[in-house]
Design a protein around this ligand. Structure first.
Ligand code: COS
Length: 383
């Protein structure tokens, strides 16, 4: 749902200019330094990027899902690590509190997430629990007016920087399934939290992940999201429904950037006396990538509009994530192929994107988990 087309166009125009003029020229530096330059971080805060989808009452822009998807597609046109910095505050780091938190929890934390004053992370994955999220082992045992958390969370995006964590932990050790899990808001400076060294990753340099270790970490009981035990797994799943649509939109943006890079290169580079773009086998690759990026865009926009209309889009969000993550992988592969030997060289953006996009097929649920969610829901609805 678009609330005010003119305002949205202004926002999209501002973001598109920011991407073209500030982010794209700094992509190589981001990868080399493995860090978002401090002045760009400040500019992101000034632009309100940390609060894009946080409701206006908490100081954000309150974008609807359709609006957020359009913004994510624009931001997707540069290195995904730029988005990661503020993505968790809008997405998986804040949505648990926004969707299921109490009014007090929202009032206490969300305004500072919207401005970027604090950075948030989502702690679900563990060393022995990835796709099978309900089997997580981190425990949260009640002790008076606190819970004591013990366990290790793995691959936590923004973990090294985070001031606030949404942590899924087992409050009922006798219940080994989803019903034994609760979600907590944990402040980053709580005693008993250790951060592992930053992970060495294949791509997405500038976006940091690490282990977060809870060692007898005492968290006030009032920080259990929604005030009730046993709801944490469902909170995590609802957060991921939204997150998967957001990531799908980012995949579309990246694919569109790669189509543009491929076309520009194909029109400049000559072989056999004519530009590559005159060769039909190159044209086939360009056309396939353009078509697939367009299909992804249409899919994300449809699912986003349905979400805004109040439909349950759990299945469609997984369909979109499944298609768009795989699609951008194919588009990146063709982009390298169109560039030939140059595509394998670090000085061309497609080499970096080829590594960056690999993660989309894995995080916020692997392609195989999306297949499982879609098929399960199909069977359930048909019964
Ligand atoms: N919204 C709300 N509730 C949901 C839900 C959703 N999207 N999906 C599941 N639930 C509920 C179910 O209705 C069920 O509730 P009841 O017990 O009241 O019936 C409960 O949650 C458990 O669901 P389910 O039985 O489907 O859980 P499973 O353990 O079988 O597995 C999958 C669910 C595999 C889909 C889940 O573990 C998953 O998404 N894994 C991937 C995790 C992931 O994406 N990790 C990425 C890291 S985070 S960046």
């Amino acid at each position: 749902m678009i609330r005010d087309q003119e305002l949205l166009d202004q926002l999209l125009d501002t973001i598109s200019r920011f991407v073209r003029e500030r982010l794209i020229p700094n992509e190589a530096r981001l990868a080399e330094d493995d860090a978002v330059p401090a002045e760009i971080l400040e500019q992101m805060k000034e632009m309100g990027l940390f609060g894009l989808s946080i409701p206006e009452e908490f100081g954000g822009l309150g974008l609807t899902m359709e609006e957020e998807a359009l913004v994510a597609m624009e931001i997707g046109k540069t290195s995904p690590a730029f988005r990661s910095v503020f993505g968790t505050n809008n997405g998986i780091g804040a949505q648990g509190i926004l969707i299921d938190g109490t009014p007090e929890q929202k009032a206490k934390y969300v305004p500072r997430l919207a401005t970027g004053e604090i950075i948030s992370s989502f702690c679900l994955t563990e060393p022995d629990s990835g796709s099978d999220a309900a089997s997580l082992r981190t425990t949260a045992i009640r002790d008076g007016d606190h819970y004591i958390l013990n366990g290790t969370k793995r691959f936590i995006t923004n973990g090294p920087e985070a001031d606030l964590f949404t942590v899924m932990a087992r409050t009922d050790p006798d219940n080994k399934g989803a019903g034994g899990i609760s979600a907590f808001i944990v402040e980053g400076d709580t005693p008993g939290i250790q951060r592992g060294p930053a992970d060495m990753k294949m791509g997405q340099k500038g976006a940091h992940t690490c282990d977060i270790i809870f060692d007898n970490c005492r968290v006030p009981a009032e920080n259990i999201i929604g005030g009730r035990e046993g709801q944490g797994f469902k909170t995590a799943m609802k957060v991921l429904d939204r997150g998967r649509l957001h990531i799908s939109a980012v995949c579309v943006g990246v694919a569109e950037r790669l189509v543009e890079e491929s076309l520009n290169f194909a029109m400049e580079r000559k072989q056999f006396g004519v530009p590559l773009s005159e060769h039909q086998l190159i044209q086939a690759m360009l056309a396939d990538s353009k078509t697939e990026a367009y299909a992804g865009r249409a899919m994300v926009m449809d699912a986003a509009r349905r979400k805004d209309a109040g439909e349950n889009v759990s299945t469609l969000a997984s369909c979109a994530k499944l298609f768009c993550a795989e699609m951008v992988g194919r588009v990146a592969d063709r982009a390298v192929q169109v560039h030939g030997g140059s595509g394998y060289m670090a000085e061309y953006a497609v080499e970096r994107f080829y590594r960056d996009v690999r993660l989309f097929r894995i995080y916020e649920g692997t392609t195989q988990i999306q297949q499982l969610v879609v098929a399960r829901n199909m069977v359930r609805e048909a019964q």
